[in-house]
Design a protein around this ligand. Structure first.
Ligand SMILES: Cc1ncc(COP(=O)(O)O)c(C=O)c1O
Length: 285
């Protein structure tokens, strides 16, 4: 596979690829995880919810006291240019912005030149059979910081939880904080329980997923009864259906949590109904 087929990117004004482009050793992203990112995607070659992803990127930047030197429109123009160069209908659009490079010191200067990366590459692989059969997850303690609403590149707890799930033969981990369900390692969570669609409140404990927002909007329009509230472990186990949402996964059914079967052990009607509605919304957007 050529480099271009693996993806192309724009790094501080230079076009390049993911294999050979380089940032400075003293970049604060490398030294401190001092940065933010976004992952969006296209459907039929058209970016999906790009404005919302860029708005969240700006919220994340403000949340870590990072002043962006580029506007959302400028980032959008670069993403669109890369999409034309990449010329594939299915692409993932990646933004990463760090505070920039400086001699290693926790204290950062006010006037820093951020490192800006915009990339386009093939969409993340999701095993197609999992969409049919549903996936297995385990629960793990949520060991992340208190601002999970910011999409920062400090993903070590997420990576460790994902590794733990993998070693347990599961697809992902659901995180529990103070006895309450928060989210997956890179996804939000929905329950179908007693004729209600339930999902944790979008506060500082979870990322306010763009897919989560779309699912809530669609579900509301269809007439689902929706509740955003705290969810404990017992309710998670008692749900008739559970599914994950993210840009890459769309809506992924969960059929086993720890050693317990969810509902009938197969993907359920609420998931099917909402995933169909989501796909048609995404194709038409
Ligand atoms: C921790 C976390 N929660 C939720 C999501 C889902 O967000 P979105 O639907 O915007 O992709 C992600 C996406 O990567 C994530 O990393």
């Amino acid at each position: 596979m050529s480099h271009a087929a693996n993806g192309i990117l724009w790094l501080n004004g230079q076009f390049g690829d993911f294999q050979t482009s380089r940032v400075a050793l003293e970049d604060r992203g490398f030294q401190f995880g001092d940065g933010i990112y976004e992952v969006a995607r296209t459907y039929n070659g058209v970016p999906f919810m790009l404005r919302e992803h860029i708005a969240r990127l700006f919220r994340s930047a403000a949340g870590i006291d990072l002043t962006l030197t580029m506007s959302g429109d400028e980032l959008t123009v670069i993403a669109r240019d890369l999409l034309i160069r990449f010329s594939s209908d299915d692409a993932e659009i990646y933004f990463q912005i760090t505070r920039g490079a400086a001699p290693r010191n926790l204290l950062y200067a006010d006037e820093m030149q951020p490192t800006v990366i915009v990339g386009v590459r093939p969409p993340r692989y999701v095993p197609p059979e999992l969409r049919e059969t549903g996936c297995h997850v385990i629960t793990v303690p949520d060991e992340r910081w208190a601002r999970c609403d910011l999409k920062t590149i400090c993903l070590l707890p997420n990576a460790l939880a994902k590794g733990r799930a993998h070693r347990a033969g599961a697809f992902d981990a659901l995180m529990i904080r103070d006895k309450l369900l928060t989210e997956g390692t890179a996804s939000n969570v929905f329950l179908w329980l007693n004729e209600k669609l339930i999902t944790p409140v979008a506060d500082n404990r979870i990322l306010h997923g763009i897919t989560r927002g779309v699912v809530l909007k669609i579900a509301r329009e269809i007439g689902y009864s929706i509740v955003e509230r705290d969810i404990n472990r017992e309710e998670l186990y008692a749900a008739q259906e559970v599914f994950l949402t993210s840009t890459s996964l769309e809506l992924m059914p969960v059929v086993i949590i720890d050693d317990k079967t969810v509902g009938t052990g197969a993907a359920g009607d609420a998931h099917r109904d909402l995933h169909t509605a989501f796909r048609s919304f995404a194709q038409k957007h």
